[in-house]
Design a protein around this ligand. Structure first.
Ligand code: B12
Length: 301
């Protein structure tokens, strides 16, 4: 949000539905059943949700996505909720640098953030930087947003600085005539773009040619670009925000439209559980699995 805008007391129900992914009906039922959320009312009597209630709703949605019952969640206090959320995301302890980098982000010291990222990249090398620092850092940034410790604006700032650093490094490593030719993008409604750049940063040092279309490419355009540009592989990225069922349906359709000679890779941890097997489609749960997929593609049949 622009800092000069007047900040309203809260958001209307439709905006809360968009932000949290919780249906309007669910919000109203919870209000009756659990006494939360407790929206304010505007001059016309319409519900207005204050930011701190929206922050808590996001946390509740995360836990429900993990299979926890609403009754159990609503009975918990803030500390317990925080504990559950911390456990769920931090599969392994985040590297020590994450806290320092997030502090720079919170202070909006973007130049220092960029230079700290750059130093880490030089220290570890591009591929290790992506796998060992950027992947856990993304999770920490997402959690900080969830806890209301950073704003969406700061999330954008983070993405911009990281993109600058990664793009610079990838650009310096490109070689002409590299093989295979890999086309990277996301489907419409998927705005998260870092997965594309992270995959590129792992693939280009291995001598692959990568072209990224950025986010939100319609299926038809993916097919025409992949065939017209003589690509060998189409690689897509899905954030946890993208509904898995929707992804599987679009992937089946895309697989049907693409020539069999073009491989299709779908990156996204949450797509891999209970995923329908589709011939000619490879699911990749973690970012470094792209290297295994590349090796398999290159191996003689
Ligand atoms: C930066 C960011 C944003 C930026 C994106 C800017 C940009 N240009 O990319 C902005 C501010 C726009 C944004 C918006 C939103 N975001 Co956001 N965002 C993030 C953040 C911090 C990083 C996302 C990212 O790109 N990660 C990089 C990828 C690679 O990491 P990953 O998704 O964890 O992927 C892993 C695997 O799935 C796999 N993988 C993924 N892609 C690929 C691709 C290949 C080829 C391979 C091999 C593997 C692979 O590898 C990764 C780890 O090894 C995450 C936090 C997080 N935990 O990721 C939240 C997060 C994804 N966002 C979230 C939400 C809720 C939103 C918004 C709804 C609200 C908001 N924050 O404003 C909107 C929705 C936008 C939309 N319609 O898509 C939630 C999603 C929760 C959920 N389960 O639904 C997260 C998880 C934050 C959180 N902790 O709640 N976001």
């Amino acid at each position: 949000m622009n800092k000069t805008e007047i900040i309203p007391a809260g958001l209307p129900i439709a905006a809360v539905e968009r932000d949290t992914g919780l249906l309007k009906d669910t919000l109203r039922v919870w209000e009756r059943r659990y006494g939360f959320p407790q929206p304010l009312r505007d001059a016309n009597g319409e519900r207005l949700y204050p930011p701190e209630q929206i922050a808590r709703l996001r946390q509740i949605k995360r836990l429900i996505d993990q299979g926890m019952r609403p009754g159990k969640i609503f009975a918990a206090d803030d500390a317990t909720l925080g504990e559950w959320l911390g456990k769920e995301e931090s599969r392994q302890a985040a590297p020590a640098q994450c806290a320092e980098l997030i502090a720079l982000l919170q202070a909006q010291r973007s130049e220092e953030l960029r230079s700290a990222l750059q130093q880490n990249l030089l220290r570890h090398g591009l591929q290790r930087f992506v796998v060992e620092l950027v992947a856990p850092l993304n999770i920490e940034v997402g959690l900080a947003w969830l806890r209301g410790e950073i704003t969406v604006g700061e999330e954008h700032l983070y993405t911009e600085q990281l993109q600058n650093v990664l793009r610079g490094a990838v650009h310096a490593l490109r070689i002409p005539g590299a093989q295979p030719r890999i086309l990277l993008t996301t489907l419409p409604d998927e705005l998260h773009s870092l997965g594309l750049l992270m995959a590129e940063a792992l693939l280009v040092p291995e001598g692959a040619h990568c072209t990224s279309l950025g986010t939100q490419t319609p299926l038809g355009d993916i097919v025409s670009t992949a065939t017209g540009g003589a690509f060998d592989i189409v690689a897509l990225s899905f954030s946890p925000h993208y509904p898995a069922r929707q992804a599987w349906a679009h992937l089946a359709e895309l697989r049907r439209l693409l020539p069999a000679s073009i491989a299709l890779w779908a990156g996204g941890r949450h797509l891999c559980e209970r995923a329908p097997a589709i011939e000619g489609l490879r699911y990749l749960a973690e970012i470094d699995e792209v290297l295994i997929a590349l090796e398999a593609w290159r191996a003689p049949a």
